[in-house]
Ligand binder design. Structure first.
Ligand code: ADP
Ligand code: MG
Length: 671
């Protein structure tokens, strides 16, 4: 950055500040009121205040530890200043007779009122009090507030703070002026309520939050428009294949599935690439919708690919699709690490010649150098579980193909409207009929024996169960060890049951063998790590035990629980927890206990944690929303409407706004 030393520049970068534009938007965390002086007599414990004092004495004391202690006074009383760490320069400044302005919170000490580590400044002659509140900025080690304040001041003086919102829009939403808001937030006058401004509901904050949301909307809507300008094959079909599939299925599509399928079919018939997110709670039946979309591509003479993040999940898709589609005479190619090279090469050949219309796989599908002859549709299941690189590779591969992503992690509406504004969203908001609701139980770890008894009974009655091992995030090795031990213990404790173990470190074919055995009820109790979290579908499994449930995140618990309740038997999910429970863990368990609707759980989770976790690596490198609050649905909606208006009627304003907010960061938003 210009005008600062390399050392300062480096620290600024740590704060995400690369230039003046970033400095302007580096807004205070809070403020201190140095505009008035409080008499020592009027000091209130715990309330920050400023005092103007004279040093009476100062000394370095050694008990209970080395510290600098100064006695100071004003006309109304005296005060002790205590420094547990100090520089010789501070000791010198506190010479008897020196006049100071001291800022801090008093508390009653053994020797009377004192302030620990006050900020102070030596007064030379008459110095007027500041007429603005003092901003306290977020900062990093070695970068002082005064440096930041000077830099911000300089940026404010130089900057063009012209409002980017056209007047018409500002009049409509009665928003504060941008420049005024910014100046206000950096240097508020003393008469504002600190509570208001620190709670961020002052109009100035609201303006900045709105601008931030608007920038996000503009950027994503622009990406959306750019996509609509690209070409993609029109995938229209006779319906011959889709009808035949629907005929052979043992069930009828739910109303939601029909609606979503119509939405997708309409997109596929457009001459530009679809980018649609299909959201549906676990078990809502996304796979069959994917199958219909793939068949539509095939009917139109194109190929389709389906990719899933884990081998277990990909294999399950493969089996299901093969079972559905091969009777219709449609071959399904299968790409995964466990597929032998020879077989994979053969598939690759056929896919590249266009002989095999459908390919299913893990990321092996992109990594094996599979070139499609005529890829018309790429479907990605649980996209957020793929790495950024894999996603970019996939994107490249399907530049002109239609894209459908599927997710069972319900995204709260405001989040979908903001972070996913470049996508169209379809929601499967209805579960297929005949699902038995899962009864959730919270059980103290001390009652583990009873739980084992319950597992035993369920399995003896012909049902199956999952036993999910505790999550150990710090160490995969430890996680593995725990899984192994749990497996051994349960095998010993339940000698008349067939117990299986599946975890992430098994070789792909071993994993597949265990899952196949479980699917066939050759294994009654499956001990598992979270590898079973997504997608696994074994309807006869009706009981799930999750050990140390307090360690899991909400969406994980919801996903895990979704593995049961898929058949006709009464299902239960037992959450074993260990005391003592932290506050957040308790809140999470309460939410999962009280709610079964994934969207509601997601909404509560957003409230608990903020948006970061939902969008995973999507925004890697790019800042999350810093000022806007996604729970403010109304503001998100206003920003969205404003973005549409700007793009349509005020393109120059849109450009100026994006330049101000996203200079250089836009690329990052697209990954
Ligand atoms: P998810 O959305 O979690 O991927 P799946 O596609 O795996 O859900 O579907 C879950 C189960 O429900 C599967 O066994 C599937 O065959 C079945 N299923 C899907 N749609 C229906 C329906 N309309 N009626 C009955 N069962 C259905
Ligand atoms: Mg699925």
């Amino acid at each position: 950055m210009a005008g600062v030393s390399a050392a300062v520049a480096e620290k600024l970068v740590r704060l995400g500040i690369y230039g003046d534009a970033d400095l302007l938007l580096h807004l205070p965390l809070r403020y201190e009121d140095e505009t008035r002086v409080t008499a020592i007599r009027d000091a209130r414990p715990g309330i920050p205040a400023q005092f103007e004092v004279e040093v009476v004495s100062s000394e370095v004391a050694y008990r209970p530890r080395r510290q600098l202690v100064a006695r100071v006074r004003d006309a109304t009383g005296d005060l002790t200043l205590r420094f547990l760490n100090f520089y010789p320069s501070q000791q010198k400044a506190l010479a008897p007779g020196a006049r100071l302005r001291v800022f801090g919170e008093t508390r009653g000490g053994f020797f009377g009122e004192e302030i620990i580590h006050p900020r102070f400044r030596v007064l030379h002659g008459d110095e007027p009090l500041p007429d603005r509140l003092t901003p306290i900025y977020p900062t990093t080690a070695g970068l002082g507030q005064s440096v930041l304040r000077k830099l911000v001041q300089r940026a404010l003086d130089k900057a063009d703070l012209t409002d980017t919102l056209p007047d018409a829009l500002r009049r409509r939403s009665a928003t504060a002026d941008f420049g005024d808001s910014l100046r206000f937030l950096h240097q508020p006058p003393p008469d504002v309520s600190l509570a208001d401004i620190e709670a961020r509901n002052h109009p100035a904050w609201r303006r900045i939050a709105f601008d931030e949301l608007l920038a996000q909307q503009l950027s994503l809507r622009r990406a959306y428009t750019a996509r609509r300008a690209r070409g993609a094959p029109v995938l229209e079909g006779t319906g011959a294949l889709t009808w035949r599939l629907l005929d052979t299925l043992p069930f009828k599509l739910t109303g939601a599935q029909q609606r979503v399928w119509r939405e997708i079919a309409a997109d596929l018939a457009q001459p530009h690439p679809m980018a649609r997110l299909l959201q549906g709670d676990v078990g809502s039946g996304k796979t069959v919708v994917a199958a219909l979309a793939m068949l539509r591509a095939v009917e139109a003479g194109h190929q389709a690919a389906l990719m899933a993040p884990t081998e277990i999940l990909a294999e399950q898709h493969y089996r299901k699709l093969a079972a559905w589609l091969e009777p219709l005479g449609i071959e399904v190619a299968w790409f995964a690490a466990s597929v032998k090279k020879k077989a994979r090469d053969a598939w690759r050949e056929k896919v590249s010649r266009g002989e095999t219309p459908i390919a299913v796989g893990t990321h092996a599908l992109i990594e094996a150098g599979v070139e499609f002859d005529k890829l018309g549709l790429a479907i990605v299941d649980e996209q957020h579980r793929f790495g950024v690189q894999q996603r970019l590779a996939l994107k490249k591969k399907g530049q002109s193909a239609h894209q459908l992503t599927m997710s069972a992690t319900p995204i709260p509406r405001t989040l979908a409207m903001s972070y996913y504004a470049d996508l169209d969203v379809s929601v499967l908001d209805e579960l297929p009929p005949g699902r038995t609701p899962v009864v959730t139980k919270l059980v103290d770890e001390g009652r583990r024996e009873q739980v084992i008894g319950r597992v035993h009974d369920a399995c003896r009655a012909g049902r199956q169960a999952y036993w999910v091992c505790p999550l150990i995030e710090e160490s995969e090795a430890l996680q593995l060890k725990t899984a192994q031990e749990t497996y051994e213990r349960l095998t010993a404790e339940l000698p008349d049951l067939e117990v299986g173990l599946v975890h992430g470190r098994l070789k792909a074919d071993e994993k597949a063998a265990v899952m196949a055995a479980f699917a066939k009820n050759q294994i009654q109790l499956l001990v598992a790590t979270t590898v079973i979290e997504v997608g696994v579908d074994v309807p006869n499994a009706s009981l799930m035990v999750i050990e140390h449930a307090e360690r899991f995140g909400l969406s994980q618990l919801h996903q895990l629980r979704g593995r049961v309740g898929r058949g006709i038997a009464d299902s239960a999910c037992i959450l074993l927890y260990a005391q003592p429970l932290g506050e957040t863990a308790r809140a999470r368990l309460k939410i999962i206990f009280e709610n079964s609707d994934g969207f509601e759980i997601a909404r509560l989770d957003l409230h608990l944690r903020g948006p970061g976790e939902f969008i995973g690596k999507r925004q890697s490198g790019a800042p999350l929303l810093r000022f806007a609050d996604l729970e403010d649905t109304q503001m998100v909606e206003e920003a969205r409407a404003a973005a549409e208006l700007l793009l349509r009627d005020y393109p120059q304003s849109a450009e100026a706004h994006l330049a101000r907010w996203l200079a250089g960061k836009e690329e990052l938003l697209k990954a």
